[in-house]
Design a protein around this ligand. Structure first.
Ligand SMILES: [Zn+2]
Length: 277
């Protein structure tokens, strides 16, 4: 089914040069689009700063991962990475906290046992895609093949079919939304991040960034791999993780996977895809 796509997809998402930053602007012409209620709305999600995310949060609280007010969703993108993911899993296990991991197909293909360990530890998994590229520069067929291949690979490795989808760079397109719907995937972005991929980021800088925007109902984005970001990205995130868990506890916020987060939060009103258990 995906043979044609497979032949042109590189074996690994790492580009010849690291993707410089997740702050790359949206496609100047196409832009990212969100379909809602029959309308087509452009959202400035291609430059996914919190300012750009603000209108997304207001218009689509479910899409931005708004959840129960006493809960914070922990999400990790770009793994599984044998160099880092086990350390994230160990930190979470030591605190008895579960999270959601958005997996890249080639990373799962390269480390299927590690992907299985994530689910065996009780964590939730979602699909991040196969190629780590903007949805807005890809056609509907390519997006569908990409997501289907990644989902098949994740399911084969873990025995679990993903139900959540976070597009690379948080950029959605009409084609991506249609592909997600056909595959039974719910798109989820984030509301809070650590900016650990920025040059010179450290655990302290990640903490400071998170502290400014952390709150009840937030969905936190961190990365458990450097495969699409500069070296040091995952280490900065990992170094901030114990603080993040402590800070959630100090504020009386439960930390956990999106499945818990969305069950009682505004995400239940999300209309563009059916809720799934
Ligand atoms: Zn990513």
């Amino acid at each position: 089914m995906h043979g044609r796509a497979r032949s042109r997809i590189p074996a690994h998402p790492v580009p010849a040069r690291p993707v410089p930053t997740r702050l790359m602007p949206a496609h100047p012409v196409l832009g990212p689009w969100v379909l809602a209620g029959g309308a087509v709305l452009a959202v400035a999600q291609g430059a996914p700063g919190l300012t750009a995310l603000a209108p997304v949060r207001r218009l689509f609280p479910g899409l931005a991962g708004a959840g129960a007010p006493d809960h914070v969703a922990l999400t990790f993108d770009d793994g599984p990475d044998p160099g880092f993911t086990p350390r994230f899993l160990a930190t979470l296990a030591a605190r008895g906290v579960r999270a959601t991991f958005f997996l890249l197909g080639p990373m799962v293909q390269a480390a299927p046992q590690l992907a299985a360990e994530i689910t065996a530890a009780g964590h939730e998994i979602g699909v991040h895609g196969w190629e780590h590229r903007y949805a807005t520069v890809r056609g509907p067929r390519a997006l569908r093949d990409d997501l289907a291949r990644a989902c098949d690979t994740i399911a084969a490795a873990t025995g679990t079919v993903p139900r959540l989808y976070r597009p690379p760079y948080g950029v959605l397109s009409a084609g991506a939304l249609i592909a997600a719907r056909r595959l039974g995937l719910r798109p989820i972005l984030w509301s809070t991040w650590g900016r650990e991929w920025t040059p010179g980021a450290t655990p302290v800088s990640v903490q400071a960034t998170l502290a400014r925007t952390l709150g009840g109902g937030a969905t936190v984005l961190l990365h458990d791999s450097d495969c699409t970001a500069p070296p040091g990205t995952a280490v900065a995130a990992l170094g901030a993780l114990p603080w993040l868990l402590d800070e959630c506890a100090r504020r009386g916020l439960r930390a956990g996977p999106l499945a818990e987060h969305l069950a009682d939060g505004p995400g239940r009103d999300y209309r563009t895809n059916a809720r799934r258990g």
